[in-house]
Ligand binder design. Structure first.
Ligand code: PEP
Length: 251
């Protein structure tokens, strides 16, 4: 059975319905066993979310030391996080995270036993110039750290910058073609067992556009920002993800 992931990235937000009500809905829902639902809240809430599988939105590239304001992968693991988002475009573009820093975080997360959700994605200018595939391949190559030789899975999140928080999602066709290009890059630059890494899509995913994305057949799940703050929307996306053959809409 193909493993699928639905990852909620709350960013610097809390669900308007309230954390307790959100968690009751997610933890109490029956979701297809092929789908792992992960919730990534801001750091201070990680421990409160023990009723669901949790991920962190970021981590330090260092495990300890004089690094004011940083939170290490080991600390996140102590808080119950099993996953960590690495290299989100908001970290790269707003906080200036370089390819080198992202690669160090990826390596340390793997070393610590967290499953990284490694984000890559091109901006609109790069896509319009026809360079998306080579740009993404460069991002994959830049993150080819030694720790990838271990057995731990890395989840890839294809998140085109032009689709994040813009209400403009990539089509199923674009996702399928890009996912194939990313897989080629994984084969070229990463150890061979990552050739079958799950590739998620992220960028303005909602229950209303998820059908086209699931139907493309090349996407193993979603990293969701805005819509993930609503438990009802999350569960509608999860339902569709768990039934890839269906075309008659969410339950
Ligand atoms: C994200 O931040 O990873 C994301 C995909 O956001 P949104 O769903 O709001 O576009």
């Amino acid at each position: 059975m193909t493993k699928r992931y639905l990852i909620a990235n709350w960013k610097l937000n809390l669900p308007p319905e309230g954390i307790e009500s959100y968690l009751r809905a997610i933890a109490g829902a029956v979701v297809d066993s092929s789908v792992t639902v992960v919730v990534a809240p801001p750091y201070p809430y990680l421990r409160d979310l023990h009723s669901v599988v949790t991920g962190a939105q970021n981590c330090s590239s260092e495990q300890s030391g004089a690094f004011t304001g940083e939170v290490s992968p080991a600390m996140l693991r102590d808080l119950g996080a099993r996953y960590v988002i690495i290299g989100h475009s908001e970290r790269r573009n707003i906080f200036g995270e370089s390819e080198g820093l992202v690669a160090r975080k990826l390596g340390l997360a793997l070393e610590t036993g967290l499953t990284p959700v490694f984000c890559i994605g091109e901006d609109l200018r790069t896509r319009d110039a026809g360079h998306a595939a080579s740009f993404l391949a460069d991002q994959v190559r830049a993150a080819a750290v030694a720790q990838l030789a271990g057995e731990r899975e890395v989840i890839i999140a294809y998140e085109p910058v032009w689709a994040i928080g813009t209400g403009r999602n990539a089509s199923g066709d674009v996702c399928a073609e890009t996912s194939r290009a990313i897989r080629e890059a994984l084969v070229r630059f990463w150890p061979s067992h990552h050739a079958s890494a799950p590739i998620l899509y992220g960028g303005s995913v909602t229950p209303d556009n998820v059908d086209d994305l699931v139907s493309c057949g090349e996407i193993d799940g979603f990293l969701v920002g805005g819509a993930s703050l609503d438990s009802g929307k999350m569960l509608r996306i999860a339902a569709r993800l768990g039934q890839p053959g269906r075309t008659d809409g969410p339950v």
